[in-house]
Design a protein around this ligand. Structure first.
Ligand code: UD1
Ligand code: UDP
Length: 377
């Protein structure tokens, strides 16, 4: 009888990083595959799932406007547990560090269902930064039987915490699989390229994203003030900002940056559109995890608007710099990159510390072996 694997996801980055894994499992046909969406995100999740033609087996539709961490977490725990107690999979697969991931891991634990964790072992070693993601990662690692670490540094973090070497597998990050697939399809002409007619190809473009809880309040206002100042002082540079739908971000961004001539505030973009923008950009200002992993592959310097990062690989390879989220630091570091060509050249080397684009295949094979070994024991 086929083993049943349930993929549980709820937000945009989980969909981007799990969709190619789900696609791979479906193509192979060896497992019964189900997809459970918590619906932690609504619009931003379906932008990705629709692109991959993934229709969840069940959508728990949990998102409410401006949801609280406790409200979402407790609802997700109850609803995922109800689903797992009837679906009874042999394994669940989760990705990353969101509330969905942590609640799914807890629900699987209470139902005595083993957990495989994709993108395991990322750490800042500060429980409150990023908040609540560092806690989500720790809890999920404690509960998981299989850890798919994207890099050797993330494997080392897990070993330091006492996880067994035999349960940790370095696979690369599945975001590289997603990125390389889309790049290949773009260059083969398999996808209709998105045109951004408002952008003049002869002008430099700075791409911006930001959404972290640590930046709510003063942080996001400082980020916006820095962009406003830069846009005034560099009228020949375009600033493109697909704004996250979280009201704690959307409101200050719209109130500070709306109606500036060279600042383009966009709705969240489809993955294809976003990668097109990233490819077209000169440099990136972001606090996003996924964008820090994608940009080095495309040779785009990243100024990370955070104080701590769980992605030291890009910092060490010199393609990213941590600049914090104060107006002064974001402004000064951006000016340096715009003015200093040597510094820009140094940072814009295409380096990819996050894998070879074969993470999905490795994950599939390891899960296959996991069931074969358990059968033989
Ligand atoms: C969540 C994750 C974060 C991840 C980010 C990716 C947690 C605690 N946070 O943060 O780790 O980096 O997603 O984007 O799990 N909203 C919509 N439509 C959407 C999505 C969000 O309207 O499609 C609005 C809603 O008002 C929602 C709010 O954004 O209540 C916050 O969503 P939530 O998932 O709680 O937090 P994020 O900031 O998106
Ligand atoms: N992304 C996207 N559309 C956008 C902005 C980002 O598809 O408008 C993609 C981006 O390429 C990356 C992912 O979303 O793969 C990052 O998601 P997010 O910043 O929401 O979360 P994080 O990675 O910080 O958890």
């Amino acid at each position: 009888m086929k083993k049943k694997v349930v993929f549980i996801l709820g937000t945009r980055p989980e969909a981007i990083k799990l969709a190619p894994v789900i696609e791979f499992f479906l193509k192979k046909g060896e497992f019964l595959v189900e997809v459970c969406s918590t619906g932690q995100h609504k619009e931003m999740l379906y932008q990705i799932l629709d692109y991959y033609n993934i229709v969840p087996t069940i959508d728990l539709k949990l998102m409410v406007d401006n949801q609280s961490l406790v409200g979402l977490n407790s609802l997700a725990l109850v609803k995922i547990s109800e689903y797992l107690s009837t679906s009874r999979p042999d394994l669940i697969v989760v990705q990353g560090d969101t509330t969905t991931v942590q609640a799914a891991a807890m629900a699987a634990f209470y139902n005595r269902i083993p957990i495989a964790h994709v993108e395991a072992g990322l750490r800042t070693n500060d429980l409150y930064s990023p908040f609540p993601e560092e806690m989500n990662r720790l809890v999920t690692s404690v509960l998981s039987s299989i850890h798919f670490a994207p890099t050797t540094l993330s494997r080392d973090n897990l070993l330091r915490e006492g996880h067994l070497d035999s349960n940790i597998h370095v696979t690369g990050n599945t975001v590289i699989d997603a990125l390389l697939n889309i790049k290949k399809k773009m260059s083969n002409g398999e996808l209709d390229l998105v045109k951004f007619d408002f952008l003049d190809p002869s002008r430099k473009m700075i791409l911006i994203t930001g959404h972290r809880r640590e930046s709510f309040g003063d942080g996001i206002r400082e980020i916006c003030q820095a962009i406003k100042r830069l846009s005034n002082e560099y009228p020949n540079v375009d600033f493109v900002y697909p704004v996250h739908l979280n009201p704690n971000i959307k409101q200050p961004v719209l109130s500070i940056l709306d109606n500036l001539k060279n600042v383009f505030l966009l709705e969240p973009q489809s993955y294809l559109s976003f990668i097109t923008l990233l490819d077209r950009s000169y440099l990136v200002l972001t606090d996003s995890g996924g964008v820090q992993e994608e940009a080095p592959t495309l040779g785009k310097p990243v100024l990370v608007m955070r104080d701590k990062s769980e992605r030291p690989e890009a910092l060490m390879s010199g393609t990213s710099i941590l600049v914090g989220n104060t107006e002064k630091s974001i402004y000064e570091n951006t000016v340096r990159l715009l003015e200093d060509h040597l510094q820009y050249e140094k940072m814009s080397k295409a380096i990819n510390p996050y894998g070879d684009g074969k993470a999905c295949e490795k994950i599939y094979q390891i899960i296959l072996n996991y069931f074969n070994e358990n059968l033989n024991n």
